[in-house]
Design a protein around this ligand. Structure first.
Ligand code: CP
Length: 308
């Protein structure tokens, strides 16, 4: 049974196909309105979410399917001690596909090993967030027209930011990519991502603490929130949370065609006065996420049917 746990579970050709389907859905939504009739998505969110959960649910409803699930662990039998394995064995009796978010790294993988229906990782701890990456990739393709020869700056919490880890993995498969890592010392990109992805694929990268010094070099600036929920103490979070705040003055040296991205939610990292700048792409990412999740649900359900 095919699941999506890591963005690298999809080949670049499959990502291109998902983007083609998402673009077709954008142009011809009515064509897809009954594609998932009588199919059910189980939306299992053990951790808070606005965009990912609601876009998965909107995606299934717009495909003509229906949705069951929970939005917090406390309202499921996980609160009584039920394991992830038993939860998804149970849910496999009621639904056709699962979208799961969990605070523990690897929980969606465990789910995929125990479910008899496809499992989509909707974010696992500080690890991966492959469907955010699909949203990011559609945004990059629509804004830049290509995945090749781009300089991407990742700014903020590169240690715990799972969307950063997934997008770096995805972009490492394209030609001419350069990566600029902008973070405080304490929130640098984990060594496993540097070694297993950037160094292994010979991707040129630089590390800096200064956004101002590098902003003029970037095609894409991917801002991130400092992930309060993954800190061991509040004092460190408070010290680091406002290290980078993107304000109009900081964009003076930026390119006219810079694409400013953020997976959201934002706290303080991007001033709301940037929202009306034509370079701000973060609310486009939100909408693109729904279309890519529609394309992914269609693909995984089709492949699951072929397994029967
Ligand atoms: N980008 C993202 O994962 O947002 P949510 O936490 O609101 O789902």
């Amino acid at each position: 049974m095919r699941s999506l746990i890591n963005i690298l579970d999809l080949s670049t050709e499959e990502i291109d196909e998902l983007i083609d389907v998402a673009n077709d859905i954008i142009d011809h939504p009515d064509k897809y309105a009954e594609s998932c009739k009588r199919k059910k998505l189980a939306s299992l969110f053990f951790e808070p979410s606005t965009r990912t959960r609601l876009s998965f649910e909107a995606a299934m409803l717009e495909l003509g399917g229906s949705v069951i699930g929970f939005s917090e662990a406390q309202s499921s039998s996980a609160a009584k001690g039920e394991s992830v394995a038993d939860t998804v064995k149970t849910v496999s009796c009621y639904a056709d596909i699962i979208a799961m978010r969990h605070p523990k790294e690897g929980a969606p993988y465990v789910a995929s090993m125990n479910a008899s229906i496809p499992v989509i990782n909707a974010g696992d701890g500080g690890h991966n967030h492959p469907t955010q990456t699909l949203a990011d990739l559609l945004t990059i393709k629509r804004e830049k027209g290509t995945f090749n020869n781009l300089t991407i700056g990742f700014c903020g919490d590169l240690k715990f930011g799972r969307t950063v880890h997934s997008l770096i993995s995805a972009m490492s498969r394209y030609e001419g990519i350069k990566v600029v890592l902008i973070s405080p010392e304490e929130l640098k990109l984990p060594s496993y991502v540097k070694n297993d992805v950037l160094k292994k694929k010979n991707i040129p990268y630089t590390q800096t603490t200064s956004l101002e010094d590098v902003i003029g070099d970037l095609d894409i600036l991917y801002m991130t929130r400092v992930q309060r929920e993954r800190f061991f103490n509040e004092e460190d979070y408070l010290r680091l949370k406002d290290t980078y705040i993107l304000e109009p003055k900081k964009l003076e040296k930026a390119r006219e065609d810079l694409c400013i991205m953020h997976p959201l939610p934002r706290v303080n990292e991007i001033s709301v006065s940037i929202d009306k700048d034509p370079r701000a792409c973060y609310f486009k990412q939100v909408l693109n996420g729904k279309y890519m999740r529609m394309a992914l649900i269609l693909k995984l359900l089709k492949e699951a049917e072929q397994c029967i």
